[in-house]
Design a binder for this molecule. Structure first.
Ligand code: MG
Ligand code: MG
Length: 238
């Protein structure tokens, strides 16, 4: 899983460097697929419940699950790129929100907050803790900044399949939820909204957007629970 995660980390680094005004989400998708296959991996999302892309490139009010297409990024857009890699049968899952050109202070604060919320959640990903410890840590960072966490989409176990037990909500109370055991690998993925946390499904049946059309950010890492603490598998020098 660490090998899978390393390919994914490098893939997202490549995409992050490529994000700029004028770039289409389909161009990013093609770049990701070529990179993953060159490294001997398979794009985990492609064909998953019929999803057509390698990445989910969700722009601005789009939270997750956007389909790649001809949309060109505009100056000031933020794009959440979610991607999965399967390598030798092992899946890794990671996302990050990236700015295209000059984004405003609210977008910058939203992205920084979501990144910090993920980091806070990861520090709670310890053997003997519970999923509620992670959710509470994420929620506290987000709400203290004046933003909100999406309730209807959650993190998850990951391994041979992309979505395994346990569910890892981005909210909750410490000491509640599933027990975190040694060797379990989870995807922790705060999805944070500028305004109302309610989300709606788009016309294509895939993309999930904020109901109030406020901005959304999404950061995700695949994290292994070890006796020496959380091990981030989707970071190049994790
Ligand atoms: Mg993901
Ligand atoms: Mg995930």
């Amino acid at each position: 899983m660490a090998a899978s995660g390393a390919v994914l980390a490098e893939c997202l680094d490549l995409l992050e460097a490529a994000v700029a005004p004028g770039v289409t989400t389909l161009a990013l998708d093609e770049m990701a697929e070529e990179f993953i296959r060159d490294r001997g991996g398979v794009p985990s999302f492609k064909g998953y419940h019929g999803f057509p892309g390698t990445i989910c490139p969700s722009v601005n009010e789009e939270v997750v699950h956007a389909i790649p297409g001809p949309r060109a990024l505009a100056d000031g857009d933020i794009i959440s790129i979610d991607c999965g890699v399967t390598l030798d049968g092992w899946v890794s899952d990671s996302a990050r929100t990236i700015s295209a050109g000059d984004v405003g202070p609210v977008a910058t604060h939203l992205m920084d907050t979501t990144r910090r919320a993920l980091a806070a959640g990861i520090t709670q990903a310890r053997v003997g803790n519970r999923t509620g410890d992670i959710g509470a840590a994420v929620q506290e960072v987000v709400e203290r900044a004046g933003f909100n966490v999406v309730r209807t989409l959650v993190g998850h176990g990951v391994g041979r399949s992309m979505h395994e037990e346990p569910q890892v909500p981005n909210f909750g109370r410490p000491g509640t939820g599933a027990l975190l055991e040694e060797g379990v690998v989870i995807a922790i993925e705060p999805m944070v909204t500028q305004g109302d946390p309610e989300v709606v499904l788009g016309d294509d049946g895939w993309v999930v957007c904020t109901r109030d059309l406020g901005l959304s950010a999404h950061f995700e890492h695949t994290v292994a629970l070890t006796m020496s603490g959380p091990r981030i598998l989707t970071r190049r020098h994790g």
